[in-house]
Design a protein around this ligand. Sequence first.
Ligand SMILES: Cc1cc2nc3c(=O)[nH]c(=O)nc-3n(C[C@H](O)[C@H](O)[C@H](O)COP(=O)(O)OP(=O)(O)OC[C@H]3O[C@@H](n4cnc5c(N)ncnc54)[C@H](O)[C@@H]3O)c2cc1C
Ligand code: SF4
Length: 331
Amino acid sequence: MRPFSYARADGQAAAIRAVSAGGAGTRFLAGGTTLYDLMKLGVEAPERLVDINALPAIRGFDTTGPRELVFGAGARMSDVAADPRLVAEYPALSESLWKAASQQLRNMASLGGNLLQRTRCAYFRGGEPFACNKRVPGSGCAAREGIDRGHAVLGGSEACIATYPGDWAVALAAFDGVVDVAGPNGSRSIPLDALHREPGTTPEVETSLGRDEMILRIRVPVTPLGRASTYHKIRDRESYAFALASAAVALRMEGEVVREARIALGGLATRPWRAREAERGLVGQRLTAEAARAAGDAALRGARPGHHNAFRIELGARTVADALLIARQRV
Ligand SMILES: Cc1cc2nc3c(=O)[nH]c(=O)nc-3n(C[C@H](O)[C@H](O)[C@H](O)COP(=O)(O)OP(=O)(O)OC[C@H]3O[C@@H](n4cnc5c(N)ncnc54)[C@H](O)[C@@H]3O)c2cc1C
Ligand code: SF4
């Protein structure tokens, strides 16, 4: 690991100024569970870290408001996952957090850092021996001819097929979350669905966030769909593993009939993946096992298999179908 300097920011404006003035080598530091990891692997090598953990502006969260749930970017995953209102009224949001990582990591990791975690592609994390357009633009993509079992079947490009690994962003996508950010030129809000980018020809550009913009908070509109929701995560082992396929779903029903549906996929795509066609197809339908499976197939329409990951198309469709049937029980 290369030497770096560390400073604790004593205010939001000072932190943004420090990262802005420091250029590409200066980074915000929250829980460090992604950033230190990548520094130890040599994938990232910042010269200066600006610790934002003590900033009051990003701490805490409030799920009691009449119009929206508000989560400070510095709130810890474990605290938010255990919030009683979230558990009871937005189980998909709570489950997406407690099914992620381990208890120790969740105690340390922040919500903002979670959104900005980077792919687990082994060729990206493996460093120099491997061609990787995301790490070294223009160098190629070792995954294309390598082992792509964990790679994306949706949203990939010639340049990169790396999966977005996070869970929380997938649940937020289903609930139309919004991210408030501040930078040297002021503040703005970004719909969660527009935060992460597909790789296209520039896989190194992963989000629409400026390098010196800080995530302050995440907001979720209050909705009656929250209660009948779930985050269903399928992985190689039942705990402490990234998703092979996951689905955040939420429903508003009238009797047996779906009036509104939200479906977002995780583990299968290069970004959190909202499946709007599948949502539309459910409206007005009785939610039978067959209708749930048809929604799963619609959600995976357009998926492109590689050499070793075709099984995840079927797995993804089944994950969506099962998630819909779980959410239906919660109406
Ligand atoms: C072994 C392991 C297993 C894991 N399993 C899962 C899993 O199953 N599901 C899952 O979703 N995640 C998983 N994770 C990822 C984990 O949840 C993230 O590492 C964590 O949430 C990142 O938060 P952090 O506060 O530690 O971020 P940091 O490491 O501090 O920061 C991450 C990045 O975000 C930037 N950043 C942080 N905060 C802000 C901010 N407010 N504004 C702007 N930029 C910011 C940093 O500069 C850095 O680039 C796992 C991690 C590990 C190590
Ligand atoms: S899939 Fe993306 S991250 Fe992985 S090796 Fe290819 S370019 Fe790099």
